[in-house]
Design a protein around this ligand. Structure first.
Ligand SMILES: [Zn+2]
Length: 55
């Protein structure tokens, strides 16, 4: 699972496919509320705000 900014979504998808050999779901963090989990504030790959969950 990767939490990334908009610019790194494609990179995260590539990493996911490499690792799991399956296509991920991309979740928009702005449109999703998690009851028992707070997603990271920052992108995994840079210092920008995390916007998408690749899972
Ligand atoms: Zn980023």
């Amino acid at each position: 699972m990767y939490v990334v900014c908009k610019e790194h979504v494609e990179l995260a998808i590539d990493m996911f496919v490499d690792e799991y050999e399956d296509a991920p779901d991309v979740v928009d963090l702005k449109e999703t509320k998690f009851s028992d989990w707070d997603p990271p504030v920052k992108c995994k790959e840079c210092e920008q705000k995390a916007e998408f969950l690749v899972v």
